[in-house]
Design a protein around this ligand. Structure first.
Ligand code: PLP
Length: 478
């Protein structure tokens, strides 16, 4: 052990605090219960062993906090970024390429076709921006509206809040209906407000499909029906950042005018692409829109994309990843992708029920297939659960955001995910709950989830074996 490390390690408990505490706790008071829990577990022989393994000699080689890479893999269960399939990772391993060479046009046209498929749209125009979901929001608003235009929207979590904030900063006249965090868009309110707007001053209705703060998926078709019932011509904009490619989404059928998503969610790519799908009605609105736009201008894309070109340098590795990611989804089939998400979500809810914990979303019609947001009992800080997940089990869970910070934790199960991965995460979550003092029966949640999965797990279509073949033994025939 180096002199530096000896100086840093007066006692094992303190080294543990050094590695874990300084960057994560915002105050000594906040650190107190967590620290106490760690100290009390130091007498546990299992912990000693763990400490030797994880914090024994490794820092000698790399004394920086967080530099030690634990064995196994990191278990990523936040609702984006999500796990990236190995095939997609390989597809992105490309050398530098010139997007002005002849191969690019055909390749890019296929990327745009893939995105249309993702949106389940035949009539819409797909646009791919280097950027993220937030850039998609901005593209949607600035290309279709003018300063001072009235828009109607809801706030029921941090992401709908941020979209409202953007609308206001862009100078739109926003009517925001505040809803309890844990509920979704109230279709009756849309109808009521639009019916009263006899002069048709509202230019757009904006709805976040899956609120990633609360695990609530609003009914987009229901919102469309409400706009129609009011006989109102407002455009309909949807944030599908954490739903599209996971939950069912029908751009054409649901009469959406602009839908936004991002690469690091159900598409299971790294962050870096923002997607929009735009209806003809929204493209028409572009012609009279007076909002300023440059980087996210639809016009530059529409002038170049149809011939397979782009107005500025594209993120080529991500586009290669996109092609592979969509190929995997096409092979599975969108309906099966949607069903898989629904199954994983239902299994997770069974686990929460078996733990005796409530969900933030209380109305089953709004249950999210992308993530499950679990409330912790009074007296327990949900951040502690997330910290234990990271520090003891090499797993990332989502913290509670903003209003629901300390009160909930989030289990992301969207994108490249299967039952076996999720059962591992549920097992680790159980350990974190117990570590944090929540009284649950070990194995209860995992047991409930796996019972559910066993009842609802279909055979993988391409793995139905011909006679004589057995997994692990190869073919016994021939
Ligand atoms: N909308 C929703 C529902 C989200 O979950 C997020 C991010 O998590 C965003 C918008 C913002 O997307 P990004 O972080 O990719 O800019």
């Amino acid at each position: 052990m180096s002199a530096l490390m000896r100086a840093l390690r007066p006692a094992s408990g303190q080294l543990r605090s050094f590695l874990v505490s300084p960057r994560v706790f915002s105050s000594a008071a906040e650190a107190q219960p967590y620290d106490r829990q760690f100290r009390s577990s130091l007498s546990d022989p299992g912990y000693e062993k763990f400490e030797d393994l994880a914090y024994g000699e490794a820092p000698v080689e790399s004394p920086e906090p967080y530099s030690y890479v634990p064995p196994g893999r990191h278990h990523l269960f936040v609702p984006g970024p999500v796990n990236i399939h190995e095939n997609v990772q390989r597809a992105m391993q490309v050398p530098g390429q010139n997007h002005r060479d002849p191969w690019f046009a055909g390749f890019y046209k296929k990327c745009l076709e893939d995105v249309k498929w993702l949106y389940q749209s035949k009539k819409g125009t797909a646009i791919i921006f280097p950027g993220t979901g937030t850039g998609g929001w901005e593209a949607c608003l600035t290309n279709t509206l003018s300063p001072g235009d009235k828009v109607l929207t809801f706030r029921y979590g941090q992401f709908s809040h941020l979209w409202v904030d953007m609308m206001e900063r862009l100078g739109l006249d926003v009517t925001c209906i505040d809803v309890r965090w844990g509920d979704g868009a109230d279709e009756a309110k849309i109808e009521e407000i639009l019916k009263a707007d006899t002069k048709h001053e509202y230019k757009a209705v904006c709805v976040v499909h899956n609120e990633t703060t609360t695990g609530v998926t609003s009914d987009i078709k229901g919102c469309r029906d409400a706009i129609d019932a009011a006989g109102h011509p407002a455009m309909f904009f949807v944030d599908g950042v954490s739903s599209i490619g996971g939950s069912q989404f029908k751009f054409d059928e649901w009469g959406v005018d602009c839908a936004v998503t991002g690469s690091q969610k159900a598409l299971s790519l790294p962050t870096g692409l923002g997607f929009v799908c735009v209806s003809d009605k929204a493209l028409k609105a572009y012609e009279t829109s007076k909002m300023k736009k440059v980087y996210y201008d639809f016009g530059d894309m529409l002038a170049t994309n149809p011939r397979g070109s782009v107005p500025y340098t594209p993120v080529l590795p991500l586009l290669h990843g996109l092609r592979e990611s969509i190929a995997l989804m096409r092979a599975e089939g969108m309906r099966n992708v949607n069903k898989r998400h629904a199954r994983l979500a239902a299994g997770t809810r069974e686990a929460a029920k078996a733990w005796g914990l409530e969900l933030l979303c209380t109305n089953p019609r709004w249950y999210s297939d992308s993530l499950t947001v679990v409330k912790v009992p009074e007296g327990v800080d949900s951040c502690t659960i997330v910290k234990y997940a990271y520090s003891k089990y090499n797993m990332s869970l989502g913290v509670g955001l903003s209003q629901v910070k300390h009160k909930v934790f989030r289990i992301g199960h969207l994108g490249n995910m299967d039952e076996v991965m999720l059962l591992g995460a549920l097992a680790a979550t159980e350990m974190c709950l117990i570590d944090s003092g929540v009284s649950i029966v070990p194995g209860s949640g995992v047991g409930a989830a796996l019972s559910y999965f066993q009842k609802h797990k279909p055979l993988i279509p391409t793995r139905e074996l011909p006679e004589g073949a057995e997994p692990g033994l190869g073919s016994l025939v021939g």
